[in-house]
Design a binder for this molecule. Structure first.
Ligand code: SF4
Length: 437
């Protein structure tokens, strides 16, 4: 979500005549787009902010801007104002569309501005976007979240769910494919509730309107589009209709990211996830019935307050049952302002790390085993660029439909194309292959 917001701000700056500069020492303006989902990102933000002081001292015309989820928290704004006075502009997630106007005031009037809205208003369409890639694109379909998982700050920083009008989404996707985009990723905190949650400032499917599955079916008909992905999916809202779409829609990639967070019912309840382990396993069964080779990935939190060894074993056991293609594993960290901040039974750091290592080891083993099953198959690979792997000199990197990373020798001119690749080796984190002639 933040990556796409950054593309929007880059588009706005482009319209103002700014060009991208990688080295912040050489830049006239820096924007730090913050994330508050994890503690690490918080810490990195303040570290980076400190580095801007020297640039400002050297170049008084330099403009320092900060935005994103962290700015939706008053204690962060207060800290920025008192400890980092060289920051010129602070704005939040709800008023990105105001960025050009705010910037004009900062530059023209030499004002310092803090403008953070607590609520998101109507969705603003048609903002300029400078996309990172020519062949794949992120497309927001909704904003905000209504779920209030007890560990998560997002509902407080991104507001309530608001869905875009389906016509606007379809128009955007058609425009993208007209410029050569082959793959889109539909974005939302919980895409499964697209059009279902009723918020006055957003689209509501109501009787006979389009829900998320309908939107997938509609996008499947867009000419020129080859791949549809989406993230993220909340298990409680994953409908049978959407599962059926995996069968019916040829462009919907055979992959789903379905965050489970824990395998223990007791922990799931305390997290306010609104599904049980059994509910989740039923969904996995249905998905595999509809799409037998679907790649399933997840998010897992280790060391949520009150998590016992038995709860953790339930998570390990769930991982054995589902056999995820891969997983994002997180050590629980307290997010200020969330209900779980006040839970008294926090798990000691040492225990959290020990559990995390055990979980990660098993997940990586399973990933490697699944990747080996790709050996000697032909996969359609969307070539994304030059391989970043250390041993990957001269190799291209791309993704299979199931989102597996594949490294293979090939010409750079293939970037952006979908090509058949014979998989020669399934490794723990990626696949190796040779392009079919
Ligand atoms: S569904 Fe839960 S974890 Fe996901 S953004 Fe909403 S509150 Fe956070």
């Amino acid at each position: 979500m933040n990556e796409h917001d950054s593309e929007t701000m880059a588009g706005m700056l482009n319209e103002k005549g700014f060009a991208a500069e990688i080295d912040k020492e050489q830049a006239d303006l820096v924007i730090i787009n913050t994330c508050s989902v994890r503690d690490n990102a918080d810490k990195r933000f303040f570290g980076t902010l400190g580095q801007l002081k020297k640039i400002k001292e050297r170049n008084p015309g330099f403009v320092a801007c900060v935005c994103g989820c962290m700015m939706q928290q008053q204690h962060v704004i207060d800290e920025v104002k008192t400890k980092y006075p060289w920051v010129d502009l602070v704005f939040g997630t709800h008023n990105i569309h105001e960025f050009p106007r705010l910037l004009d005031n900062v530059i023209g009037e030499r004002q310092k501005i803090v403008d953070v809205w607590q609520e998101g208003g109507a969705i603003v369409e048609g903002l300029p976007v400078k996309r990172l890639y020519d062949y794949k694109a992120l497309v927001n379909i909704m904003y905000g979240c209504n779920n209030f998982c007890t560990y998560c700050i997002v509902p407080y920083t991104r507001g309530r769910e608001r869905s875009r009008q389906p016509e606007e989404i379809i128009r955007e996707v058609k425009e993208l494919t007209a410029t050569g985009v082959k793959e889109i990723t539909l974005l939302g905190q919980n895409v499964n509730s697209y059009g279902i949650s009723h918020h006055e400032e957003g689209y509501w499917a109501g009787e006979g309107g389009m829900d998320f599955a309908d939107l997938i079916y509609a996008l499947n008909d867009v000419e020129g589009l080859e791949r549809i992905r989406f993230m993220t999916s909340h298990p409680k809202d994953l409908s049978d209709k959407l599962i059926q779409a995996f069968k019916d829609c040829s462009k919907l990639c055979n992959a789903i990211h379905l965050p489970v967070q824990s395998g223990s019912d007791r922990v799931l309840k305390r997290m306010n996830r609104k599904y049980t382990r059994a509910d989740y396993l039923t969904l996995i069964e249905k998905l595999r019935l509809a799409a037998p080779h679907i790649a399933i990935t997840t998010d897992l939190i280790v060391g949520f307050p009150g998590e016992t060894e038995e709860d953790f074993q339930d998570t390990m056991d769930l991982v054995e049952q589902v056999r995820y293609d891969s997983a994002f594993t997180f050590i629980y960290s307290i997010r200020k302002g969330t209900p779980a901040e006040d839970y008294e039974d926090q798990v000691p750091e040492e225990v959290k790390h020990q559990r995390f290592n055990r979980l990660l080891e098993r997940i990586n083993q399973i990933s490697g085993e699944i990747n080996q099953t790709y050996e000697h198959t032909i996969q359609q690979v969307l070539v994304e660029g030059i391989s970043k792997s250390k041993k990957g000199e001269g190799l291209l990197a791309g993704r299979t439909e199931s989102a597996k990373l594949v490294n293979f020798p090939g010409d750079q001119e293939l970037v952006g194309q979908i090509v058949p690749v014979h998989i020669t080796e399934g490794k723990q984190f990626n696949l190796k292959g040779i392009m079919e002639s």
